[in-house]
Design a protein around this ligand. Sequence first.
Ligand SMILES: [Cu+2]
Length: 485
Amino acid sequence: MNKKWVLISLLSIGIIVIVIGLIGLNNDRNQDSSGDRSQIITPNNTIGVGSDRSVRMLPIPPLLKDENEDQSIADFNLVVQQGETNFYNDVQTPTLGYNGSFLGPVIKVKRGETVNIHVENELSDSTSVHWHGLEVNGTEDGGPHQVIDQGTLWEPSFMIDQQASTLWFHPHVIGTTATQVYYGLAGLMIVEDEFSDKLNIPKGYGVNDIPLIIQDKSFNKDGSFSYVNNMMNGVVGDKILVNGAITPTLNVSQINMRFRIVNGANGSSFNLELSDQTEFHQIASDGGFLEKPHADHSLFIAPGERAEIIVDFSKYKEGEVINLQSGNKLIMTFVVGGKEIDTTEIPESLVEIKKMDESEATSIKTIELDGMGHMVSLNGRKFDMNRIDDQVELGAIEIWEITTTSTMMGKMGHPFHIHGTQFQVLSRNGKEPNANEKGFKDTVFVGPDEPVRIIVQFRNKGVFMYHCHILEHEEAGMMGQLLVE
Ligand SMILES: [Cu+2]
């Protein structure tokens, strides 16, 4: 055999090994995203450079000041900026943030309030601010049609007309959504209403009502973020960050603690549970409270989804340490402190949810989410900003049947999100949806070969996106747009 043939043979073997490896990797990841807890993930919670084992406390994002004294109008200032953040040792990581170097403040609003937001873009790039879960007109939605050029101001104004909920905001520009979120652009919006005011649940922000923005990221040796698209499930990191701290610790008293959990990861789903398998109560999903608290010992949460849970720490003794984990992956640690008077409760019932009536639907549509990596499509096509994929009459109620089929490359699930509305899940794989999916949602995980039927009303005018919330899939074209008028 001459040298040329030896080289070709070696190359061929190499390619075959890589392909087999990728398929294997893909199958592993699929098990993870479909919620299979049998998969073992090697915990990797120490950082390479110098290995910092000191305890990192959970940062609490500040509440953003309302600059308007009028009780019925709120004015908020957001500056999108570049900065540096110290995540471990004395290394600085180049990051992005709102009003700071990483993540952003919490915007707290009330139902019925008029809200003006003044967004200043100080980045060297364009951005947008999408209010994920907020029911507003298309022009205020902050999607790819509301690009904020470098050095300019965007001033959306809207009235809050939806129930109490935990929403969030992040960029949504063509080509840079995934990287801008990964580098730190994400913040929370809390909506309150008369029902959330009345419920006797924990609501002291930063005291017994704590946001947990969960993300996974990887670092290079010099401390900079490593953004590597694995071509399958989007970008997956080997470090877990909560509110911008790597696997942090929170000291808690022996009381009820409410956590507003946001999966702010680019592509990873989490199957959250406490290390001692203790049950907690989920009280809200994406769009607001469930009818009654749902007791469970695990919570599956896909990118873009939110869940509010109450953990009763009065069951523990002082000094006990409980981890929040996903499979074998540490998310964060709770250290239990002393007893404290706690007058809050986990109520029997929370709110009344009017079931949307299937007979009122004027149209049944199908959404097919296919592929992975760059080979993704929605209903067989890739996103085109100049194409409206769907038109809906203002106020119309529709049933959408969302599917994801297996492809040659394997099976995977996708979190499906619709802008500007909150929907209800009618069925999952032909059966009743999970108990924690019976409230309002704006993002729903669609497993492989597991059709999900939703019922949705379009109450706001304009152009809205609907897409997979694995940000690399969205960027690769798993997105469509609809015109409501
Ligand atoms: Cu996807």
